[in-house]
Design a protein around this ligand. Sequence first.
Ligand code: A2P
Length: 334
Amino acid sequence: MGPNSHVAVVGATGAVGIEMIRTLERRNFPLSRLTLLASSRSAGKALQFRDETIAVKELKPDSFKGVDLALFSAGSGISKEYAPRAVADGCVVVDNSSAFRMDDAVPLVVPEINARDVAGHHGILANPNCTTAITLMALYPLHQAFFCKRIVASSYQAVSGTGAKAIEELRRQVQQIVRGETVTWEVYPHQIAFNVLPHVDSFLPSGYTKEEMKMENEGRKIMHHPGFRASVTCVRVPVYRAHSVAVSAEFEKPVTLEAARQALLRAPGLDVVDEPDAKRYPMPLFTAEKDNCEVGRLRKDCALDNGLCFWVSGDQLLKGAALNAVQIAEVLLA
Ligand code: A2P
């Protein structure tokens, strides 16, 4: 792969895929050709990249011949089926799904944290879960300073994390309510407009959901911290874009607010927005469409020894997905 790479986006018409195309353009990713792949439903659809109009092609087994790098975001099933085929054709895959994240042969990377892991890839690299990536952007600098033992956290996750159909569902429900019509739903098990659902992903026998356990499992791998523990409640909220997470973290070493603030101020990809007296704290309305995550509401946790509470918010289509994937590709090139 070099400056004249042929790049493909798989799931190009989806909520994340569209952001991948924009992010490649915005960051001036060095590529000579861009192939856009989706289902047969989207074949022929025209999408814009730089000053080119590119027709979406149907994803097929031979789609990766001559492709150097593929960014996948069309769900786990598609990744499991097509990523190994792409690798067999000589392509490097950055996969946004959960299909390979916990595979020992697959680096799971947040470039600000473990860029060095990229070098160990065998063709596939994984992009972390969006809520995990956003949380770690603030937690990892604190872990480096004080050594994190465990966290207790609740997420406030935007509907765009579920995909384009969920954005449409929230929009439709808001209109139905405003017009006094019957509210209908297909994507979520309940109405999402003017509601919150303590249910993201499927339930495990433990009572946690799969999404909730990604924080501990993926967090351990990304931070190289096998003893990290995380008890998380994931909640879907009627926000279009950007996830937020309320975190209580317990550390091995004594913490001070000043040292914590300094660690966060130095952290790449993170902005400290923490002036509660001026009513300034991170909010999804303002982290949407922004590359950096924001952290605020920093305080000593009154119920933990060596504990800190914080609130972190970030665009899960960007740092939680498309931006992180393109950053991984940039590390590959470097
Ligand atoms: P399509 O738009 O043609 O259905 P989202 O996460 O926003 O729902 O987007 C999912 C992405 O994955 C879309 O680009 C979608 O394409 C793509 N996709 C879904 N199923 C398939 C499939 N069987 N083959 C290729 N792409 C698929």
